[in-house]
Each structure stands twice: as C-alpha cells, then as structure tokens.
Design a protein around this ligand. Structure first.
Ligand code: PMP
Length: 336
C-alpha cells in the first residue's frame, strides 16, 4: 500500500472501533435484569458502519483491489453510504451512493456533506435491489470499486475481529461470558460476525437475528409489508446471513422500537436510533427465552440525530399498548 494512504488509515484508526459498552439495568414485569450494548455512535461518522468501511477499504488497498482515483460505488440504506462517503473522500476517491428514496433526508444530506454524489432510487426503479443492480451496471465502465456490503465476507469479518472481539474482552473484564447476541439484520454482517466470535468463547452462545414484525422477510422468505426501523430489513435475505448457523429470528414491532429508543433517550440520556430501540426490545425477548440472568449483548448501531424528521419525533405515532409498557429502565453504566 502507498505510504501516504497507509498514513491516512493510521491517522483515523483511533476514531473507529473501541466503543464503550453500556450495561443497562431494567425491570421486566418487576424482574430486575441487565443487558450489554455497544455504543456504536462513538465511531467517526456516528455509526457501526465506520468499522466496516475502514476494514473493507484497508483490505482492498492491501490486496490491490482499489487504486488511487477509483470511484467507490455502493448501494445502501444510509449508514454504510455515510461511512464510505467520509472515508472514501478522505482517501481521495470520488464516491457515488445509490439509495432508496424513502430513507430519511438526514441520511442523504450527510452523504452530500461529506462530498459524495447521491442517486436516489424509487420503488418503481427497484428500491434496494434496483440500487444494487445500478452499482453493478456502473462498475462495468471500469475505474470503480464496489464494496458489495451485502455479499462481502469482509463485512462479517469486521464484526468478528472488532465488534465481537470487544464485546468478549469488555465482558471478560467484568468477569462475564456472553450467552448471546441480538442484532437487527441489514446486511447480516453484525449478527454473523458477533455470533461467530461469541461462540469461540462460549460454544453455546446464541445468535438471534432480528427483523421488524410488520416486514417479516427472514421468517417468510418474501419481500413483505413495511416498517419504520431504518437500516434493517432491506426487503431481501442478504447473502451474508446464514440463517442455519443462527438461532431463531426475533421479531420486534416498530412501535416498540420507536418507544424504546425514546425511553433510552429520555430516561437514561442514551440518544440512540430506532434500530437500537429494536435491539434492546429484542434482548428483552431473548431473555424471556434464555432466562433473565442470561448475559445478552447487542449493538446500538447509531444515534437519534438521523431520525429527528421521522416518527421518532412524533409521540402521537407511538401507541402505549406495546410490549415496552412492561419494561422500566433503571440505570445505565458505561465501560471502556
Ligand atoms: N441498524 C442501523 C441503523 C443500520 O444502519 C444497520 C446497517 N444497515 C443495521 C442496524 C444492521 O447492520 P448489518 O448491516 O450489519 O446487519
């Protein structure tokens, strides 16, 4: 790798990964429990995807798969695009992002602010799958690097080597061994990589993929329904997700995800995004299965700032009859 590029990777490395782990105590129908979540908004652009963009680009440079001047082209529902925009431009590459047009305005504007070109794709043009096809089409012209996050094993490997590794070592410092992980599925990289790393530590560790109740693509195999948890359930089963290696799919209502994200903000000062709310509720359901004492882990993939223009900010759109009414948050304590 060119020395000036290596220097650039080294210069941003301390701002990616090594995120705090938050122990959250809560009561479920009166029973005191706790879960452990990685606060991923502590990364460079504010999401877990910085880990992936950094690792994928570094590996591509090491293996000669990307060259100075190449255009980085990716299809994304948001966070991956934001991470590749920031890092790609920093390394001197043009960046083109294809994204479904129903994602929040903040996502598009953030990519533009980092200097990427954003091409919005409507449902009629194919939405997510259309976005992926368009990246492959553009790559035929040459001079393009495609990260292919939905099929690139380096995405899963990132979470095996970093996110999962950090969870194991941070818990070990507390004298704990993980019993499992719950993670909402976008590409599946998070849930696959963490599950594999946890099982090195505890062969019985569970890996629960999570999806929205109203859009059960993983459970049914079909593109079905709609939901308000941006970043997960992109209307198809991604190649990286190996359901046979995992445990049961956990379904969470998007109303619960919204309510829980706001509860974490308002009661514990943890301003997390909607998929983080879903992951927390998913951990509660996992503990209902495995026992309240089980050491369950998850990720808070990003923070609330990208969702302020969505239903996240509209309490009218969150009803009270959901599962979250049985959950009382008690306290949060962070560990490095
Ligand atoms: N939550 C959010 C907010 C995301 O942006 C993503 C990635 N699209 C995920 C969860 C899911 O992560 P993964 O792609 O690793 O399955």
């Amino acid at each position: 790798m060119d020395q000036s590029i290596q220097k650039k990777f080294d210069s941003i490395a301390p701002m990616i990964s090594h995120t705090p782990m938050v122990e959250i105590c809560y009561r479920y129908r009166g029973e005191l429990r706790r879960i452990f979540a990685k606060a991923e908004y502590y990364n460079l652009t504010g999401s877990i995807k910085d880990r992936v963009a950094f690792h994928v680009l570094k590996k591509a440079y090491e293996q000669g798969e990307i060259h100075p001047g190449d255009t980085i082209v990716e299809a994304t529902s948001g966070n991956t695009g934001i991470s590749f925009s920031a890092m790609g431009r920093f390394l001197g590459h043009p960046v083109v992002i294809y994204m479904p047009d129903w994602m929040s305005a903040e996502r598009k504007n953030l990519m533009l602010s980092y200097g990427a070109e954003v091409r919005l794709v409507s449902r009629e043009e194919g939405g997510f799958l259309g976005s992926i096809e368009m990246t492959e089409e553009l790559a035929k012209k040459g001079g393009v690097f495609l990260p292919r996050q939905f099929s690139n094993e380096d995405n899963t490997q990132t979470h095996y080597l970093t996110t999962g590794e950090e969870i194991v070592s941070q818990l070990a410092r507390l004298g704990l061994v993980p019993d499992g992980v719950v993670a909402g599925v976008g590409t599946g990289g998070t849930v696959m990589g963490i599950t594999r790393r946890l099982r090195d530590e505890n062969p019985n560790a569970k890996g629960f993929p999570l999806e929205p109740l109203s859009s059960p693509t993983l459970s049914t195999g079909y593109k079905i329904g709609s939901h308000r948890i941006q970043g997960i359930s992109d209307e198809f089963i991604p190649e990286l997700l190996k359901l046979k290696e995992l445990d049961q799919v956990i379904s969470v209502d998007d109303g619960d995800a919204l309510i829980m994200a706001r509860m974490l903000s308002q009661q514990l000062g943890l301003g997390v995004g909607v998929s983080s709310g879903a992951n927390f509720v998913g951990c509660v359901l996992a503990q209902n299965l495995l026992g309240g004492e089980s050491i369950m882990t998850t990720t808070f993939a990003d923070d609330n700032k990208k969702y302020l223009s969505t239903d996240y900010s509209d309490p009218q759109k969150m009803k009270e009859e959901y599962l979250s009414k049985d959950i009382q948050l008690v306290s949060a304590k962070a560990y490095r």
